[in-house]
Design a protein around this ligand. Structure first.
Ligand SMILES: [Zn+2]
Length: 320
């Protein structure tokens, strides 16, 4: 009996090809077992099933990683750490003094706050009421102007008559139920030549490939590479991210990998992965967990520099 599957990224119909399973042993909203399907054409790794709206609402209603109360650094240092990426994106639009930015899935809001504090026009859209309240409160207290919208309510309708020069998705695309559909909706909010910038984990990263080999021993059966439903539902590499952008009406200008804590991409990783110096000077970092994070940071440098397979992926593309 043939079991056919259509890839949600490149649309190719093919055999249902399970390469791994993801198993939760702790209580989590939704199924406790997922299949990982690999597309023979674009090479994306996809979670099956894709969790329902209900499961995702439950899961994200109390999502730790974007709560600034729990993680004070996000509201403070992280804002300035976005300077390099802001400079990179602004320089791509040089000559335009009125760039309209849209940050899709702004999370803790550090990138949006950085832009607003420099006087840029920035709109933020997010799935989580918690993130929206948090950013609105911050703007009120600090006299900043950031327009926010809720995707799960009327966010899309509220912005669908606007046009944006630069759309950003930082560590967001891998969480979406249908990435290409979302990219198409974003594409419709741009004029030809408008840019989109994406960062996400690199499923081909050396660190993730090594981790897959030992995941049973280190109690990580709930992950396959960067895939960890109901959180990360898609594992992109350069090929599949490029094809997703193409399918949504974009032309890729630049695509590549980056290493954790490289000071430009995903600046929050500098906090998750201690440097050797921090590991040596801070006893609290010398746990098994802290030590393994330090080693990952150390090893990701040659992985990216020499093998071009660092743990992160970025892409800059323009609307065709
Ligand atoms: Zn595919």
């Amino acid at each position: 009996m043939s079991n056919l599957w259509t890839c949600p990224i490149c649309d190719k119909k093919q055999e249902y090809n399970i390469i791994a399973d993801i198993v939760w042993e702790t209580e989590i909203p939704g199924p406790d077992k997922y299949n990982v399907i690999k597309c023979e054409n674009c090479s994306i790794d996809v979670s099956d099933p894709i969790p329902s709206d209900d499961v995702l609402n439950q899961y994200y209603s109390n999502y730790g990683p974007t709560q600034t109360d729990n993680l004070k650094y996000r509201a403070e240092k992280l804002i300035d750490l976005n300077d390099p990426i802001v400079d990179y994106l602004v320089s791509h639009h040089k000559g335009n003094s009125d760039i309209k930015f849209l940050d899709y899935g702004f999370g803790a809001g550090a990138f949006a706050i950085n832009l607003a504090s420099k006087g840029h026009d920035i709109t933020g859209i997010d799935y989580s009421a918690q993130n929206i309240d948090q950013l609105n409160n911050y703007c009120r207290e600090n006299n900043l102007n950031i327009e926010t919208h809720n995707i799960s309510e009327k966010g899309w309708e509220e912005i669908n008559d606007k046009k944006f020069n630069c759309v950003t998705l930082f560590q967001v695309i891998e969480h979406l139920q249908d990435p290409v559909e979302t990219l198409k909706k974003l594409n419709a909010l741009q004029n030809t030549g408008g840019s989109i910038y994406i960062e996400c984990p690199n499923q081909d990263g050396l660190f993730f490939r090594l981790k897959n080999k030992i995941r049973s021993f280190i109690d990580r059966k709930y992950m396959w590479g960067s895939l960890s439903p109901p959180q990360h539902l898609f594992g992109f590499n350069k090929r599949s991210l490029g094809m997703a952008l193409n399918a949504a009406g974009y032309k890729v200008i630049e695509i590549g990998d980056y290493r954790v804590a490289d000071k430009t991409h995903a600046p929050e990783t500098a906090y998750w992965y201690p440097s050797i110096w921090e590991w040596l000077t801070d006893k609290k970092k010398r746990t098994f967990y802290g030590t393994s994070k330090m080693l990952i940071r150390l090893a990701d440098y040659p992985s990216s520099k020499i093998l071009k397979s660092g743990g992160g992926l970025f892409a800059l593309a323009i609307k065709k």
